[in-house]
Design a protein around this ligand. Sequence first.
Ligand SMILES: NC(=O)c1ccc[n+]([C@@H]2O[C@H](COP(=O)([O-])OP(=O)(O)OC[C@H]3O[C@@H](n4cnc5c(N)ncnc54)[C@H](O)[C@@H]3O)[C@@H](O)[C@H]2O)c1
Length: 346
Amino acid sequence: MDHVRAVLVGCGGISRAWLRAVADMEDVEIVGLVDLIEENARARAAEFALQEVAIGTDLGAMLDDLVPDAVFNCTVPEAHLPVTLEALAHGCHVLGEKPLADSMDRARQMVAAAQKAGRILAIIQNRRYDPRIRRFREVIASGIVGPLTTLHSDFFIGAHFGGFRDHMEHVLLLDMAIHTFDQARFITGADPLSVYCHEWNPPGSWYDHDASAVAVFEMTGGLVYTYRGSWCAEGLNTTWECDWRAIGQQGSLLWDGADALRGERVVASGGFRSELAPLWPSPAELPPLKPEYKSGGHAGVIREFIDCVRHGGAPETAAEDNIKSLAMVFGAIESARRGCRVEIRW
Ligand SMILES: NC(=O)c1ccc[n+]([C@@H]2O[C@H](COP(=O)([O-])OP(=O)(O)OC[C@H]3O[C@@H](n4cnc5c(N)ncnc54)[C@H](O)[C@@H]3O)[C@@H](O)[C@H]2O)c1
């Protein structure tokens, strides 16, 4: 296969990021755009000058007609299951927006359907494909601060969306924390075992439902991962990628989700406090960013998916793995609802 013919379904806000990313990929051809509202598909075709592209509201009919290799699923979470099942039934590989599904049962159905069809089903977790998170992960894996014992993440953004999110239940955990939890799995290489979560809506919040949460996860290998987050915290906002603190047996690392990476490690111990030395005392000494991830974000995930469709292999965000990140979201919601620690299963 020298190039991949794809139909994109769901021509809303996020479809722009996809069409921008594939515009630079010579081995990807968008052959069709589908949306329940035909006008949305037409608007996107005009915006990206896709004159030859088929436009429609009926995905099944378009797949019968065009027989594409892949479907890009950019629909709303409730539609992720039906759109994916339809695409797999037509023999297509599927790359879909996060979250994989709007419930664990539906996510399991999707993973099983992809396995049965022998097709790739993968999810956009664009925050993994930033070269700076790759560097943070590699520094931890190098053992420079000893074996990792603890990971903390902070996400605080006063986000005045003004749309459906203002009225959505579990808005922070469902809509945003999937990114952070997936990042935590990516950084540590560990899988979740259990979670205790407290969710609340602070006084003065402009959301109808809980927009703040704290969660403590037990992970494999004895690792503890904690999350503190809010979408109604005014001031001193973090990056969308979070502030991270990684604690190893011989030192600690701080990453601000952007360019700032700092660390200290033990050079001598025995006193009340160990003697510590800074890692990379000046930013110029930081390990270089790997150029292959400079495409970043959506382009990085789409690139990996297309390479796997063309040459074989499994993308790192394949649904059978990504379901573990989704299980952290639904585990946290269940814990908050029941007010106790719950085991995480997928
Ligand atoms: N990766 C990211 O950083 C990121 C950012 C924003 C949104 N998202 C995700 O992208 C998805 C879409 O979000 P959005 O902001 O573009 O939403 P949106 O409401 O702007 O657009 C969704 C579009 O899908 C269409 N649609 C819905 N159901 C459909 C169906 N069954 N068949 C065909 N079309 C259908 C709607 O008509 C609409 O045009 C969500 O899952 C969201 O979580 C991801």
